[in-house]
Design a protein around this ligand. Sequence first.
Ligand SMILES: [Zn+2]
Length: 321
Amino acid sequence: MAVKEREFPIRIHQNNALLKRIRKNHEVRPRVESDLKNIAAGYKGEKTVDYHLGYLEDKKYSIFHNIRLQVGSQYFQIDTLIITTCYIVIIEVKNLAGIIRIDPQIRQCTRILNDTQEGFIDPISQVEKSTLLFKKWLSQHGFQTTSIEFLVVISNPQTTIDYTMRPAPHSQYTKIIHSQNILQYVTTLNNKYNNEVMTSKEVQKLKKMLLKKHSVLLSNILDIYGLTRNEILTGVLCERCNNVSPLTRISNYWTCFQCSYKSKTAHIQALDDYFLLMDDRITNRTLREFLHIPSRNTATYMLKSLNLKSSGSGKGIYYYK
Ligand SMILES: [Zn+2]
């Protein structure tokens, strides 16, 4: 088992919530949908790589999935990090279907899919940058920075890697491999690095530090798509039909006038949407506005029953997850 498992991407929840809460014909909708597809595919690809790495023994390999660290004011993310006492590997996972054509000389990458060609960021340059930042991070926290390798893993087994010219034997471009070859690559590293550069105690210290310093990225989704709060549909939405008019609360039941759906708890989903899209905190007043409920007491009751944390006092009290 990995030291840090990969979390389900919060962006998937955010984009799904956004699709429910913007107008059907909103100009941003295609972008939100296509981003959602890409993020979901990326996550699926990363899980494929995780599956292969699951065969490595826990005692020797400490594996971290999706770790996000800070150096100065800059954040960087590592898809997968493997730590042993002899070496460290930084892995960048790419989930690209079709043919990827790489020109190592000019560092140009093109993806060919269904007769269309599009360029994409050179994954080697990308992983080189993360490696540089990770070395800086290690040195800032008093860890050694030698025997650090990187790797680009293509997660889709059907993807063809096509070089315009064979990379030289020591070129960084030999470090692009298919996920099914990852264990074999680890064996190569075990042969290459057979001297300990860290004691087990130092590895333990590094593991603890990584878990402590990892920071989850919570994107401001409205900023990403250039949306204002007014463009987000408020109210409790029907889970059963496509009614865009919010449900009405009648004797403690959220009721849909279109399909007669009734629910006592439909506001929980609406509040989740609020936290995903609008803000990481909510007051009694913003809750009433978002859920369309007039009563302050009902809102207080709901906030209390959700076991949220709270801060502040009186009318300034706010709640957060
Ligand atoms: Zn309905």
